[in-house]
Design a protein around this ligand. Sequence first.
Ligand SMILES: *[C@@H]1O[C@H](CO)[C@@H](O)[C@H](O)[C@H]1NC(C)=O
Ligand SMILES: *[C@@H]1O[C@H](CO)[C@@H](O)[C@H](O)[C@H]1NC(C)=O
Ligand SMILES: *[C@@H]1O[C@H](CO)[C@@H](O)[C@H](O)[C@H]1NC(C)=O
Length: 538
Amino acid sequence: MTLFASFLLLGVISCSLASNNRIVTRSSIALIPSVSPTLPVVPSATAQALSKKHSKHVNDFFKLYGWLEPGKSVPDSDLPKAIRKIQKVLKEPVTGVFSDKMMDMLDKPRCGTEQPYNETDAKNPSDIHKRYVLWGSKCAAFAQWMRFMPLNIVPANTNANADINILFTSFGRDDTRYAFTSMVSDGVSLAAGNINVTFNDDYQWNDDRLFNFTAIHEIGHAFGMSHSAVEAAVMFAYYEGNIRPIHPDDKMGIHSVYGWKNPKWSRIDSNTAANMIPVTSISNSVSANDGLYQIRSSGQILRYASGTWTSVDNNKDTAQIAGAGGYLYQRHSDGSTYRWSGSNSNWQYIGTASDNVIDIVAASDQVYSRRKDGWVARWSGTGTSWLSIEQPSAQTSKQIAITDSKTLWNLLTTGDLVRSIWPYNSGEWLIVDQNAANMAIAAGGDEFYKLQSDGTVVWLNTKENYWQTIESAGSVAIHAQGDYLYSRHRDGSVWRYTGTSGVWEMLDDRKDVVSVVGDRGGEVWEMLTNGDIYRLVS
Ligand SMILES: *[C@@H]1O[C@H](CO)[C@@H](O)[C@H](O)[C@H]1NC(C)=O
Ligand SMILES: *[C@@H]1O[C@H](CO)[C@@H](O)[C@H](O)[C@H]1NC(C)=O
Ligand SMILES: *[C@@H]1O[C@H](CO)[C@@H](O)[C@H](O)[C@H]1NC(C)=O
């Protein structure tokens, strides 16, 4: 369906002065469907032609995820079905035919730990809770996991009977496994001294980061966690060349076995904050101005970093703060805008006063403003000049959100959702959704989410171009940052998305949480109705 409508394109505007050369351009509507598109039917001849290698990959994958009864294998006639199941896990188009990406991925080194078959899990792979088999708590581990669990692990004395043994042995030629973990277990508890983490000594292990990553994964097994079906999680069985940081899914896994550190939340301020925002760099690397910032009702701005608050500015005219890409911005009540580059007095004047400016949004390495006349503008990077962004003329922006690759999403007051690809002036707005129930939007990294008035949270699968509901009810606010997505419920509870549709981990069940923000490293802060700010400890 393609429809054309007239839209306006404005040229460069300086300050709040709009140029007169309005160029009529066109914009299209390409609504994103809310179900997976119908995929081509695969002729069975193709399925039969699948090589032995495909079959081995499928069987390996099924074993790694505990989907196969011991001693059994997937019959050739079931391969397309099995491939579809794997494709669902990998969020690949579900064709039933080996794709290049799948071939590539399943060829990659993997963890050799096979999950014990569990019929309940196998029948209901979507119920991720079941994969966290509790094998007991008598374990040893590395500091990475200790950040998230109430357990202290120490190296054993020489000759002592350690709970976990670390071994290096040669796995032999052609064995692509990096390591595996083996244990004596009745499925409920672990036998101390009988958990072995064995690394493949045929690898040189001269890449510390890779060894570190492999060890964190294997220690996760030694703690009783099975393989995750979330591709971005540490506990995903394959290694595709990217060192994966600990993921919300991994955190939920370890919490579901051992619980949380106590106390779970620690209060870091009790001075009636009016609002708080995180500032983080675009990538996972740290930037000098990273931290949590709060604005008080007095207009004072404070920064929280390395455990202390420092004042960044104290001006009664400050109405709003925003931050991204290592920069902090403030908007005054007269609409003027400033950028902070690190020292108290060092505020750069970047936007002149105008009552047209109602909101500033920092994202990626840019800062945008939302205006009363409905337009969105972007700071040009020099002086006080802002560039307006082509937009459906008759409609007013309600909220904007921007992904790391700078795709700009604009939720209009009608519920229409429009999208513009960087660099906005060369393209048109595309109307991708028309739903009066659209209430709020959020972008984290390159992922995009929307919240609907019925409390559902919907994720956009950009690969296959469809909407998928990932939370079915209860949400009243969402916040995304990097790989993390948080949802606050009507009852005040706060949840973190694990990457599997419908599976969220509850972070807090206090009734008086008014706001939750996080940074790209996974730090989480919440603000209560009384203005207290708390930090999540584990
Ligand atoms: C399989 O998993 C279910 C749910 O987690 C559990 O109740 C059951 O005991 C498990 N079965 C075996 C044989 O471990
Ligand atoms: C762990 O390794 C030791 C020494 O090689 C071996 O005797 C033991 O059987 C192994 N245990 C498991 C559960 O693999
Ligand atoms: C090991 O991995 C953790 C978590 O990703 C990271 O914080 C730490 O810096 C890594 N250490 C090394 C030596 O790479």
